[in-house]
Ligand binder design. Sequence first.
Ligand code: G16
Length: 551
Amino acid sequence: MANNSYRTVYAFAREMYPKTVKTDIQYGTAGFRTRAVDLEYVMYRMGLLAVLRARYKKAVIGVMITASHNPEPDNGVKLVDPHGEMLEQSWEAWATKFANVADNKLEDTINELIKEYNITNMNDRVEILVGKDTRPSSPHLAKSVVDGVLALSGKPIDFGIVTTPQLHYFVKCRNTRGAYGLPTEDGYYKKLTTAFKNIRGSNFTNGNYTNRVIYDGANGVGAKKVKFLKEALQGSLIIDMYNDEIIGSGKLNYLCGADFVKSQQKFPTGLPVESNARCCSVDGDADRIVYYYLDENNKFHLMDGDRIATLVAGYLQEIVQQTGIDLNMGLVQTAYANGASTEYITEKLKVPVACVPTGVKHLHHKALTFDIGVYFEANGHGTVIFSQETKNKLKEAAKNNSYSEEQRKAIEKLQILIDVINETVGDAISDMLLVETILHAKGWNVTDWEACYTDLPNRLMKVTVKDRRVIKTKDAERICVTPEGLQKEINTLVSKYSKGRAFVRPSGTEDIVRIYAEASTRKETDKLAAEVALKVFELAGGTGNAPEIPQ
Ligand code: G16
């Protein structure tokens, strides 16, 4: 197997990207995430893997450098598959193997993969699209990826600073030869905003809906990019932006951004306080969004991913009914979904709900089984997928005179709506445009939206343990299998509370165990969450201070 390009691989690995960390790392919920200083060799190896994946799939592959919601000293990397989706799970194991193998075993591992997948086109100059977020560590980590791509004679195409969903979109555009859209930033804004403006028409307001949103850019790429979006929107939506790294006062994701707002259930820093004003926050790489507002008494109200999911599913269901076409729609959630949202969707909207483990890759996969699959994590990460068959049906129906004028209008609306949506992955920018489109269509302000159902109070907590891998779960993470006895303790605690529910799981992006609890009152919820956290601390090897139980 040895040839010149191979020699480059090993020389690079030995001289420039030696493995500097002894402990193994895992391709987790969204790729590798750890301290940026520990990632150079991992990035280089992901460049190699991307080339092999591209040769195997005979397609363009993406590599995104970001740690999304994590704090600034961290960074991370994930691979994007040909349709713009997350890397196929069977290759995650290869990614983990590539990252952890000793320098002198890298050659064997590459050969093992080539043999396993019978990759014979090792001279193909495959294209690898590289994107990065705004972290100071991202440019030199991108260079490591590019070196990995070049070492195996691939062709790196650096897209510079882009949002994660933009890179996913570019990969799909490239592989569909432009059928999905133009693989450029301008192409992305144009596709989304043309559809948005088209549906909105010339009346920018409607009923209680006003076309202004206060936007928290988390001091990240989501702030940078919204400037271009605003231009393309031509006043159809007024986006008042805060927490961009130029005019903002703080650091990436610090006291702001979607993760902070959702997990702390607090108004972020840096935004003006305006009663009942519709606000939204995106995360560090703009793949998640949550909405919220402060009422007249400065009380914080959160409209998280569950709210977005119910809004979107409800609206799509209305339009689908108007089209008269038989399409099955389903909604995919995770265990974090608020019990009240699941009840509303199944009982009121009558849309079937599936529950899968955390991670958009799981939700996306399940959503593909429906004609129209809506998926959202409570943290605001989600999108809608329309099957090719659905798109074909709509196309045919649009030309079919047996549909009434009203039905054809609904069909046309649905077709345009598809172009507002980035189907490849959860996308904060596209999701914002979708939410704004629906609120506009319904003539709703943020309180009208909230009135659909009442969330059960819920609490997220984190516990640090010696090794989070001791926690193993099953049943879409709702049941804890190990450490032995923990689930029994959780059951006992939960049984004390009305509408009580709680679960624990190891994070795939941070070195912590996550705890979720809900119950009928805020006080009970906080107590239940702390009690479960304490049990995790006691039975799973907690470190630092034990969680305190509120009285
Ligand atoms: C990533 C994943 C999400 C997941 C989140 C938290 O989001 O893409 O699907 O919900 O991590 O995962 P965990 O609880 O395992 O840490 P992001 O926005 O950080 O890329």
